[in-house]
Design a protein around this ligand. Structure first.
Ligand code: ATP
Ligand code: MG
Length: 419
């Protein structure tokens, strides 16, 4: 199969935009007689003029040969061996040998699973391009002549800002349902649209999502929440029917809110919208805070309706376990989310000063304050609580001086009353 070759003078990708480490890897492969292509998200992001954090390189050198070519190389992966080329300062460039589409799982009792189990056969550059998920991820940058090699019409889709599956989308999503989340993540982060047949297939195949290992789902989901435009990612998860599989309880709450005539808005979407606004102003968010924000609305409204005398902490623990355990969210993050919700409840309720001081000293206080601010921005309530908590605490000297001032003022008043 002949690809379209886009010469150097017809594209914007320049070596100046690449890190010295990835250039070293590409040149070393080229000098030792191998094909050396920058591939995947790297080429896509360079063509879009975006910053890149991770580079993937594809080559015809097999892993054993890579070990010979690079002294600073470590082979990882059991089924398909990928080379990690290590540099000073912890930088790693991932190099993989061209491979072809994996083999399907053997037929199960239900009949015809397309889930890919084996993905470890070396292939040609064309086969390697066609096994990739979306057309915009199937482009190569060839260091030999600085051209871009396009087997899959990825350039046209990049220009049209479209996420389109390579091949039949129904089959590609069944082979590896994680592609559904990857497609949604790319659409949101790049602010693209999903091409129509790809979108229809997402809606038809979304029930396969929980067949993926929980760690891969979590990884993609957290990338959606961590990157810009997370509210759009959430919106697509809901519209595509994926939210109902990932978080059935959140979906239940979302539908109830949409049916409620007094609100008829989706508060989860509003919370993530505020996160995106703050993020664009440089505010940073921990994973615990992102997940606490995602669940803030249902949790706060359940707190209001729990019967008097209920064990709130127990209820909350159970609710968070139900939502987050199936996605293998780490225990420490689940426990931080738990504490953040209790802190938010305490902050808006305003309790005793002693509790106030211990919350301020907690390592989670900065996150709790951000959560309170997000909640205020969405609900347009609790502003006085926010201002109170944002004020720096009085130190002991200041407090003593204030008490002294107060008592001398009282003494003066008493004296003047006597006169
Ligand atoms: P980013 O690094 O910005 O998260 P990316 O597209 O580079 O995005 P990676 O996980 O680094 O994502 O994957 C590198 C490349 O490997 C992708 O661009 C794509 O070509 C291919 N790829 C990754 N996951 C899959 C998959 N599940 N199915 C097919 N191809 C995939
Ligand atoms: Mg990448």
């Amino acid at each position: 199969m002949k690809p379209t070759v886009i010469n150097r003078d017809q594209h914007v990708v320049s070596r100046k935009q690449m890190s010295p480490e990835v250039l070293k890897v590409l040149y070393r492969l080229h000098r030792t007689g191998h094909l050396a292509y920058l591939c995947g998200g790297g080429v896509r992001d360079l063509l879009l003029g975006r910053k890149i954090d991770d580079y993937d390189v594809a080559t015809d050198a097999d892993p054993r040969r890579l070990k010979q070519v690079f002294g600073n190389c470590r082979l990882i992966g059991r089924r398909f061996r990928i080379a990690h080329i290590m540099f000073k300062g912890g930088k790693i460039i991932e190099v993989s040998t061209f491979r072809k589409q994996g083999e399907e799982e053997e037929a199960t009792d239900e009949g015809n699973s397309l889930l890919i189990k084996r993905d470890n056969t070396f292939g040609s550059p064309a086969e390697d391009a066609f096994r990739r998920d979306f057309t915009i991820n199937g482009l190569y940058y060839n260091v030999a002549d600085f051209s871009i090699i396009d087997y899959v019409d990825g350039r046209a889709d990049l220009q049209a800002r479209l996420i389109r599956c390579i091949g039949d989308p129904d089959i590609r999503f069944q082979e590896d349902p994680i592609r559904i989340l990857r497609g949604i993540r790319l659409t949101a982060t790049l602010d693209f649209q999903v091409e129509e047949s790809t979108w229809n297939a997402i809606k038809r195949q979304c029930h396969h999502i929980m067949e993926c290992p929980a760690s891969r789902i979590r990884e993609e989901l957290m990338k959606i929440l961590r990157r810009q435009n997370s509210h759009r990612g959430y919106e697509l998860l809901a519209a595509g029917g994926i939210l109902e599989h990932l978080f059935p309880r959140l979906e239940e709450f979302r539908l109830a809110c949409l049916q409620d005539e007094s609100t008829s808005a989706d508060p989860l979407l509003q919370h993530l919208g505020v996160i995106d606004d703050l993020r664009s102003k440089g505010v940073e968010f921990t994973d615990s805070l992102l997940l606490a924000t995602l669940t803030a609305s249902p949790v706060m409204s359940s707190f209001e309706t729990l019967p008097h005398g209920s064990d709130v902490a127990k209820w909350l623990h159970q609710y968070l376990e139900e939502n987050f355990k199936p996605l293998a969210i780490p225990r420490v993050v689940r426990s931080n989310v738990h504490l953040l919700h209790l802190a938010l409840r305490h902050m808006v309720a305003e309790k005793r000063r002693k509790r106030r001081r211990s919350l301020r000293r907690s390592p989670l206080f900065a996150d709790a304050l951000k959560l309170l601010e997000i909640h205020c921005l969405v609900t347009q309530k609790h502003w006085s609580a926010l201002h109170r908590w944002q004020r720096p605490p009085m130190n002991r000297q200041h407090r003593r001086r204030k008490t002294k001032d107060l008592s001398s003022r009282r003494a003066k008043v008493c004296q003047s009353e006597k006169i």
